[in-house]
Design a binder for this molecule. Structure first.
Ligand SMILES: Nc1ncnc2c1ncn2[C@@H]1O[C@H](COP(=O)(O)OP(=O)(O)O)[C@@H](O)[C@H]1O
Ligand SMILES: [Mg+2]
Length: 276
């Protein structure tokens, strides 16, 4: 079986500066010759400090940004060669969750409407069937159905992220790119959201491309890790191997920063994730 996601030799530059007549005069090489493979039902983390190019890789994986070179295959198909219609079909199967749930939901839409929107766009479900599906989704992420008729500002960050997950799940995707999905949440809430993602993976064999700068989370959550620095992959491998026997000096540096986290918080977090 072909991998869910297969990125080969992908690069991307952005214009950083323009001269007086508007011609580009400096570029940021955000992503340089990156190759990544993600198998069905697995989680691959992309780690690295801010500006490493992680989010740009995630967006290009879903054709939300266009690479300058290289190829991206999703479910065995080259997404750069797809028609608009095929890309629409792809949006059902592969979607994204972002860091900030406050910005990822429309503040003027009832949350029920937000969760229903992808169903309207991508599925034939209408009327009571659609309502029923929205209610099931909300229940699945641990919210009450009477909360459908509320606005985003009436929820906490953790609840909103679970609503964003319900929305992402609505079309039954096989791949979710999670871009720092819990970075904006309190530690105790992080565990709830991560456990939800883990349960969903077990139930539905969803694959995650899990973008994070938090190595402690990655260790608990990911099967495989890709380490990026300044647009390039410096190391990749099975999570256990990367954590127990890192080869690249930059990976070692990242790992040595983990124990600086408050030990009590770390213990709390580990307990929360492993026992819930
Ligand atoms: N749309 C954009 N326009 C210009 N520069 C961008 C854009 N997106 C990202 N960049 C630049 O590309 C580099 C990588 O960014 P990003 O992929 O967001 O990194 P990360 O997610 O690892 O923090 C950064 O230097 C960033 O400023
Ligand atoms: Mg980012």
């Amino acid at each position: 079986m072909s991998p869910v996601l297969e990125i080969q030799g992908m690069s991307k530059s952005f214009v950083k500066k323009r001269n007086l007549i508007g011609m580009p005069s400096a570029h940021t090489h955000a992503v340089k010759n990156v190759s990544i493979t993600l198998e069905k039902g697995r989680t691959r983390a992309i780690v690295g400090e801010s500006g490493a190019g992680k989010s740009t890789v995630g967006r290009m994986a879903l054709r939300l940004a266009t690479p300058d070179s290289g190829s991206v295959k999703l479910f065995g198909e080259d997404i750069m060669k797809m028609s608009a219609k095929d890309v629409r079909r792809l949006r059902r199967r592969a979607t994204m969750i972002f860091q900030d749930p406050f910005n990822s939901l429309d503040p003027l839409m009832l949350v029920g409407q937000s969760v229903a929107e992808p169903l309207t766009l991508h599925t034939p479900l209408r009327g009571d069937d659609r309502k029923q599906k929205v209610a099931e989704l909300l229940e699945r992420v641990g919210l009450r159905v009477d909360q459908l008729e509320k606005y985003p500002h009436e929820f906490s960050g953790g609840q909103l992220q679970r609503i964003a997950i319900a929305r992402a799940l609505s079309t039954e995707p096989e791949l979710i790119v999670c871009d720092e999905p819990v970075a904006a949440l309190d530690v105790s809430i992080q565990a709830q959201v991560l456990n939800l993602l883990l349960d969903l993976q077990r139930e539905r064999e969803i694959s995650y491309l899990f973008i994070s700068h938090d190595l402690a989370l990655v260790k608990m959550f990911a099967h495989d890790v890709t380490v990026m620095r300044r647009g390039e992959i410096v190391e990749e491998g099975a999570t256990e191997q990367i954590f127990s026997d890192p080869q690249d000096p930059y990976t070692k540096e990242l790992l040595s920063a983990i124990p600086k986290m408050n030990p009590r918080k770390r213990a709390e977090r580990r307990a929360a994730v492993t026992t819930a």
